[in-house]
Ligand binder design. Structure first.
Ligand code: MN
Length: 227
């Protein structure tokens, strides 16, 4: 048995619908600009393809855990997203084989320090502090899934006002394409989560705001931003 000089960290984990066991999170990949209308609202060019960034695994916030307002920002934004949970992996996965790697789907929010992201973009700096901060990935329970990916409505409201409303089928890269593209860049593995990008309508939240998101057929999540 391997000895460590410190206690090894407990894996971040997400509950699974209908199972007592948890889904252990290995890493979190995220797709940027995967809906055309959101790409435009962020000032992107219509020809820019989607791209990837990452969050640490322990950024995940399972249902019911607190979502604190983070330090070092005055502009915390929500981004409602379909999340793919992988049970398999590999490199160079074809789109035709990609769905065999899927364990299930969840509803997630890619929380973003938009002011730090804007500063990073302006200077050509990395996005880690804007995207990969503590508790930046609230998520619903994972729904196990076989067959074609979800295609339904994705929506988010703040204090009961609908802010984002679109269809998963509006994504530029669909789920098999996202998995195939990611596997060109990384060896995917069981436990990986992929946030698949957000539709238009992103905006700011403040402490005390109630955020509720739903993806048709997949699930819903709700949290109040703590101070
Ligand atoms: Mn996002």
């Amino acid at each position: 048995m391997t000895a460590y000089v410190l206690p090894p960290p407990v894996p971040a984990a997400v509950p699974v619908e209908g199972e007592s066991g948890l889904f252990p999170v290995r890493r979190i990949l995220c797709v940027g600009r995967n809906y055309a209308a959101h790409r435009r609202e962020m000032g992107g060019d219509d020809r820019d393809p989607p791209f990837f960034f990452a969050k640490p695994a322990d950024a995940v916030v399972p249902p019911g855990a607190p979502v604190p307002y983070p330090s070092a920002t005055e502009d915390l934004h929500y981004e409602m997203e379909l999340v793919v949970a992988l049970k398999g992996g590999g490199r160079g996965v074809s789109p035709e084989a990609a769905l065999d790697l899927v364990y299930g789907y969840a509803a997630g929010v890619d929380l973003t320090r938009r002011d730090l992201q804007a500063a990073a973009k302006a200077k050509g700096h990395p996005w880690d502090a804007a995207k990969g901060f503590d508790a930046s990935a609230p998520i619903s329970a994972i729904r196990p899934w076989a067959g074609p990916p979800p295609q339904g409505r994705i929506s988010l409201s703040v204090n009961g006002d609908v802010r984002q409303q679109a269809s998963i089928s509006d994504m530029i890269w669909n789920v098999p394409e996202i998995i195939a593209e990611a596997s060109k860049l990384w060896a995917l593995a069981p436990g990986d989560l992929i946030f698949t990008g957000t539709p238009e309508g992103v905006g700011a939240v403040r402490p005390g705001d109630r955020v509720e998101g739903e993806i048709e057929g997949v699930g819903r999540l709700a949290f109040t931003v703590a101070s």
